[in-house]
Design a binder for this molecule. Structure first.
Ligand code: UDP
Length: 236
């Protein structure tokens, strides 16, 4: 909460005094566990303000308020991008997110941990597509700011994700089920019609292609650490 709020204030002051344009890496979490689907920017969200995710969700919502008010009061040119789930090479292997978790488990032939029944959905955007959108956004003229959803609307369940990762890695892993974290959103998918229109952008990396590149990255980091990946262990 402090990073989102105090950190945003510090950077907004810096942008104000150096006449800089500033991008807020906001998040789909501002929509909480959404009641509308897909999520468009006009939807105000359904966040539990006292739950364990609230420090992030409410922190980012507070940051959006600060960014918009710095525009209103000080004319700081701000760009607010609501980033949906993003993945790709150079993710941290132990950050707890689903893509590095499942790839790491598959490459070691360990059980893939699915939280809840695995029917919850996410929509994953390959990192290069997301960076392309962010760069285009920063190059747009400075006008009255409105938040833009940035993400890939291709929606899948966590069970489908696990099956795809097992197939692509050639792993012998099975799936194991763990409790669903509190306030875990059930469905998430961006409506990116505003980003398409304003940025002339659309994500272009097919999910399987992006996953292959991400798996290659984790495979090479495991090999560098001397931990043999699954394909080598199975001889396939
Ligand atoms: N998840 C899972 N297994 C894991 C890690 C996460 O099933 O090992 C689920 C998690 O409960 C959520 C989804 O995968 O429903 C995406 O989780 P992540 O933390 O990657 O992103 P976020 O929840 O912030 O969208």
């Amino acid at each position: 909460m402090k990073t989102c709020a105090q950190g945003s204030l510090n950077l907004l002051e810096m942008a104000r005094f150096s006449n800089a344009r500033i991008f807020q890496a906001s998040t789909s979490e501002v929509y909480g566990d959404p009641e509308t689907h897909p999520q468009h920017e006009g939807y105000r969200g359904s966040v539990n303000p006292v739950g364990p995710r609230a420090c992030y969700d409410e922190g980012k919502r507070c940051a959006e308020t600060l960014f918009l008010n710095y525009y209103r009061q000080h004319k700081v040119p701000v760009k607010v991008g609501r980033i949906f789930n993003t993945y790709g090479p150079y993710m941290r292997s132990n950050d707890g997110r689903v893509v590095p978790n499942l790839i790491g488990q598959a490459l070691r032939n360990r059980p893939l941990t699915i939280y809840g029944d695995g029917n919850q959905t996410r929509s994953f955007c390959y990192v290069d597509d997301l960076i392309d959108a962010a760069q285009r956004f920063m190059a747009t003229p400075d006008e009255v700011p409105v938040p833009l959803n940035l993400g890939n609307p291709a929606e899948i369940t966590m069970l489908e994700l696990a099956d795809t990762i097992i197939a692509l890695t050639g792993s012998r892993s099975r799936i194991t089920f763990r409790p669903l974290p509190v306030d875990d959103p059930i469905r998430r998918c961006p409506d990116i019609s505003h980003a398409r229109e304003k940025l002339g952008w659309t994500p272009s990396t097919p999910f399987v292609e992006g996953l292959r590149r991400t798996i290659d990255y984790f495979e090479s980091t495991l090999m560098a650490k001397g931990q043999t990946p699954s394909k080598a262990m199975t001889g396939s």
